[in-house]
Write a protein that binds this ligand. Structure first.
Ligand code: MG
Length: 339
C-alpha cells in the first residue's frame, strides 16, 4: 500500500513552554494520505518519536497494509506485528483508515461508533508556562474558552495561581507535567485547592506509581495520569493511583486503541480525559469524534497555532461541535475559505 506523507510546520501563536521542556515557537506534524483519505500525527521526543522516525516507520509499515483496509482491527494488528512501538506513526495510519471507512460508508466517525454528537464536552484551553503577568494576559485573551488548563511545575506555582485568580473565576485544570516530588505535590495541591482548581494532571514522575498513589491518597483534588499512561494495557497498574487518565492518539496508536482505552478505563472506575499535542484541525477533529464518551476534553492544539491547514471541529462557547461530513470531516482551509 502506498502511503504519501508530508511534514508540516505548525507555527505557535505564543511560544509554548511546559515544566520539562524548553520553549517552542513551532512544532512539526506528519500528515499521511492512504487512498485519498487522510491522517495526521504529532510525534513527541518525550515518547522517543520524531518526524524522521515517523517517516521511517511509515515506510516499514506500508507493506503490511495489504489486507482488507475496511477491517481496521485486522490491519492495525498486522501493523503491530510488523513494527513495535512507534505509536505516533501508527496513529496517523489508524486515523486515515477511519477516515477512509467513514467516507466509504458515507458517515461521520462518531456515527461509526454509534455516538451522540450532542454529548461532546467543552474543551479546555491551555495557558503555557510564562511569567505570572504574561500568563494572566494570556488568560484574559482566552475569554472565549470556559475552561482553562494551566501549565505549572515551577517554584512560583502558587504565585502564578494567585495572579490568575485575579483575572478569572473559570474552572482551571492544572498540569504539572511530572515536575513535582510526591511530597511537594501534596503540599502544592493543598494550596491550589484553595484557588478552586478542578483537577491535577501528572503531578509526579511517569514511572513512580507509588508516588502517584501517595499524592492521590493525600489530596482532595482528582489526579489524572498523562505521562504515566500510554495504552490500554497500562491501565490496571494505575488503579488506586489516580482518578482518571488522559488519552492521546499519538501516545496510544490511534482511534481504535483510544476507544479500547476508554472502555478499559471505565471498567476500572476511572475518569477519562481526551488530550492532544500541538496538532492541526485534522488530528484534533479526529480525536473530537470520540469525546461524547469522555469526561474531559483537552483538544486545543489547533487553537494554539496560526497556520492551521484544515477546518473541522468548531466550538460553541467552548463546546466541541463535530462536523457531520463523512469520515473525519475536515476541509482544507484554503478551499473552505474560497469565497
Ligand atoms: Mg498533560
Amino acid at each position: 500500500m502506498n502511503i504519501v506523507s508530508r511534514i508540516t510546520n505548525l507555527h505557535l501563536r505564543h511560544p509554548f513552554k511546559i515544566a520539562r521542556r524548553a520553549t517552542d515557537a513551532s512544532r512539526q506534524v506528519v500528515s499521511v494520505e492512504i487512498e485519498g483519505s487522510i491522517g495526521e500525527t504529532a510525534p513527541a521526543r518525550f515518547y522517543g518519536e520524531t518526524v524522521e522516525t515517523v517517516r521511517f516507520a511509515l515506510e516499514t509499515i506500508a507493506p503490511a497494509l495489504k489486507t482488507n483496509l475496511d477491517a481496521i482491527h485486522d490491519v492495525m494488528m498486522a501493523v503491530e506485528t510488523t513494527l513495535g512501538g512507534n505509536y505516533a506513526a501508527k496513529s496517523a495510519i489508524d486515523m486515515a483508515l477511519h477516515d477512509r471507512l467513514g467516507k466509504k460508508l458515507g458517515v461521520p466517525l462518531y456515527q461509526l461508533w454509534g455516538l451522540n454528537p450532542q454529548k461532546t464536552p467543552c474543551t479546555s484551553f491551555t495557558i503555557g508556562l510564562d511569567e505570572p503577568e504574561r500568563m494572566a494576559e494570556k488568560t484574559r485573551q482566552a475569554e472565549a474558552y470556559p475552561i482553562l488548563k494551566v501549565k505549572l511545575g515551577t517554584p512560583r506555582d502558587i504565585e502564578i495561581m494567585e495572579t490568575l485568580r485575579g483575572v478569572t473565576d473559570k474552572p482551571i485544570y492544572v498540569d504539572a507535567n511530572t515536575a513535582w516530588t510526591p511530597k511537594e505535590a501534596v503540599r502544592k495541591i493543598r494550596e491550589l485547592a484553595k484557588y478552586g482548581v478542578a483537577l491535577i494532571e501528572q503531578p509526579t514522575k511517569p514511572n513512580d506509581l507509588a508516588g502517584l498513589r501517595f499524592v492521590r491518597e493525600n489530596s482532595e483534588l482528582p489526579i489524572i495520569a498523562d505521562e504515566s499512561i500510554k495504552r490500554a494495557s497500562d491501565i490496571p497498574a494505575l488503579v488506586g493511583c489516580v482518578d482518571g487518565i488522559n488519552i492521546k492518539l499519538v501516545k496510544c496508536g490511534g482511534l481504535l486503541e483510544a476507544y479500547r482505552m476508554i472502555h478499559v478505563a471505565r471498567a476500572h472506575g476511572l475518569n477519562v480525559m481526551l488530550g492532544c499535542m500541538i496538532e492541526s484541525s485534522l488530528g484534533i477533529t479526529a480525536a473530537a469524534h470520540l469525546t461524547p464518551l469522555v469526561d474531559y476534553a483537552d483538544l486545543d492544539g489547533n487553537l494554539l497555532i496560526t497556520n492551521d491547514p484544515y477546518t473541522g471541529v468548531t466550538l460553541d462557547k467552548g463546546k466541541l461541535i463535530l462536523p457531520n461530513r463523512p469520515g473525519i470531516g475536515v476541509a482544507e482551509y484554503s478551499k473552505a475559505h474560497k469565497d
